[in-house]
Design a protein around this ligand. Structure first.
Ligand code: CIZ
Ligand code: SF4
Length: 301
């Protein structure tokens, strides 16, 4: 039996669903029941009737799914699939920053651990960060926005409001350089440049469109243009090609490759279903405290 058949058979036996992030390997996206960004995957995790969720993404995303579906078993097929950006902040560091700004409310990017989310008032994704901040600003002046300094600079420029920030960033998106974009633009002058807000401001300032991965997918499906230079993790290109067989995609750079996202492969998904590994567990108080900020994130989608 082929490995994909084994996975599908076990999936039925265990009443499991496979969720895959947009940055996962093509074969993982192809076997998944749902492919999306962390916001879409969280919504799907909360909505599914399955008893087991095999979460093909990184650790903080699986934690978010667990918080939204505490009664379900959430599995991460590789226990070392983490996010270096999420690891750049811990609850103690955030607590110290909050102590310096007692009047401020705290918004965290979804790329944070559950323990950090438990100390936050709001959580956002790259798809709704501008909207969330705009809403919060109706009632509050001071916002601590952690941990991504580039996302916070991007939102700050959109809203003309300064945030209290943290020195975190995505090492993959930060490595997308102006010369990469310039090179692709000189080879494909008609291509639209579409980049992620985790990129440095010098990249987001230059781009035609700044969007989350779901934003990119939506924009491109509705676009009349045919060619696109993609400034985000290259895993998304598989999905974009499937959705738009008549359009052409050029990665800004092939080095925009997140090794953590690529840790999961078909063998590990099969093992995960066979052994029900690696189960995500969280202390009940952390889940309870983190849930509020995540529910606010879901309300602003
Ligand atoms: O929110 C997500 O899933 C991430 C990390 C990126 C994006 O834009 O989808
Ligand atoms: Fe984290 Fe960047 Fe990898 Fe996304 S692409 S999981 S933000 S390191």
């Amino acid at each position: 039996m082929k490995i994909t058949e084994k996975i599908n058979k076990l999936k039925k036996e265990k009443n499991a669903v496979i969720l895959a992030h947009n940055y996962q390997l093509p074969e993982i996206q192809d076997i998944a029941d749902f492919v999306g960004d962390s916001l879409g995957l969280s919504i799907e995790a909360a909505r599914t009737d399955a008893e087991v969720i095999v979460f093909c993404g990184v650790h903080f995303m699986a934690e978010t799914a667990k918080i939204l579906s505490p009664q379900k078993m959430v599995l991460l097929p590789d226990k070392n699939a983490g996010c270096p950006m999420a690891d750049m902040i811990d609850p103690e560091g955030l607590k110290a920053l909050q102590a310096k700004h007692p009047e401020a409310v705290t918004m965290c990017y979804v790329n944070t651990s559950a323990a950090v989310k438990a100390r936050c008032d709001y959580c956002c994704t790259s798809a709704n960060a501008v909207k969330m901040a705009q809403k919060i600003l109706l009632n509050h002046q001071e916002i601590i926005f952690v941990p991504d300094k580039y996302l916070s600079q991007y939102v700050s420029a959109q809203l003309e409001h300064d945030f209290i920030t943290w020195n975190g960033y995505c090492p993959i998106h930060a490595e997308i350089l102006p010369e990469n974009i310039m090179r692709e633009k000189s080879l494909h002058p008609d291509a639209k440049v579409i980049v992620h807000p985790e990129c440095k401001p010098i990249i987001t300032d230059f781009a035609d469109i700044v969007a989350s991965t779901e934003g990119m997918s939506k924009y491109i499906q509705n676009a009349t243009e045919r060619e696109f230079i993609i400034g985000t993790e290259i895993g998304i290109i598989h999905r974009l090609k499937k959705e738009n067989p008549d359009k052409i995609f050029y990665p800004a750079t092939q080095t925009a490759f997140c090794p953590n996202m690529k840790r999961i492969n078909l063998e590990k998904v099969l093992q995960s279903l066979e052994n029900l590994s690696y189960e995500i567990t969280l202390p009940p108080d952390i889940m309870e405290m983190a849930r509020l900020s995540i529910e606010r994130m879901l309300q602003t989608s």
